[in-house]
Each structure stands twice: as structure tokens, then as C-alpha cells.
Write a protein that binds this ligand. Sequence first.
Ligand code: CA2
Length: 151
Amino acid sequence: MEPPLIAVLNGPNLNLLGTREPEKYGSATLDDVEALCAEAAEELGLAIDFRQTNLEGELISWVQECRGRAAGIIINPAGYSHTSIALMDALLAVDLPVVEVHITNIHRREAFRHLSYVSRAAVGVICGLGVGGYALGLRAIAGIIGQDETA
Ligand code: CA2
């Protein structure tokens, strides 16, 4: 049987990971994050489709495409977390388990980062645990969809 597919979606500027502001976001690149997710997924018996875009509409289209194709979504919406009702609507409409991940603890940062519209559409939120939060998110989704081979 094919392993369940989890979409791992990344929003704007996350392509810069590991190249700027390492004191805030760490030194891992987005390719490193993809490798970390692939390793965690393999352990859990999941397949991943890992993507990044700087465009809000593209992110929304990718969420819509998950319907009937993916078993769950891990999303780091980056700046769109705090601005995009359209992204929240797409995540609510897709009717899949969504785990929101932030590398930094958005609640320790500027007040405008404390509200995430996306959190309304998420079963859970992981923030402040660095890029390891992606692997934790995959583990959480595996538990939710009953695919936790290590449980
Ligand atoms: O902590 C997170 O993962 C964030 O989603 C990152 C976003 C920020 O807008 C959110 O409030 C929290 C920013 C992504 C930008 O990533 C960069 C990485 C390296 C260098 C510059 C930006």
C-alpha cells in the first residue's frame, strides 16, 4: 500500500533559511528542513510533498490541491499567518488535519505576530522549537491519521 501523503507547505521568505538572520531562524537551509522531514516521514511510514512559495495565491492553490490527494498538511505560512484570511479559508475548506509550524516562538516576538489567522484552521500549533518543529508536526499528524508506526 502507498504511504499516506502529507503536504509540507512553506510560505514567503523561508527560501532564505540558513542564509540570513541565523540568530533568529538558525543555520539550517530549507533543503536541510526538507531532508529532516523526509527522514521523519520515512520513520513514520508517510510520504511528503515539500514545497515553498513566496506567493499567497500559489500557497492557496496548493492547499486546494490537497483535497483528495493528501492525508494532512503541515504548514509554515510565515508572514501570511498574520495577514491572510484567504489562506485560513482555504485551510478550513480543505477538511484535512492541519498542523501549523513556526520556527520561532511568535508569542515572544512583536505583537503583530501574536495573532495567526491560520491557527483557527489548525488542529495544533508548534512554535519556538526551531526547524525540529517540522518533525514534531509530522509525528503529530501521523498520530492523528493513525499512521504512527513508532507508537
Ligand atoms: O518563525 C517562523 O517560522 C515564522 O513563520 C517565520 C516568518 C515570520 O514572518 C513569522 O512571524 C514566524 C518569517 C520567515 C522569514 O524567514 C527568513 C529566514 C531567514 C532569513 C530571513 C527570513
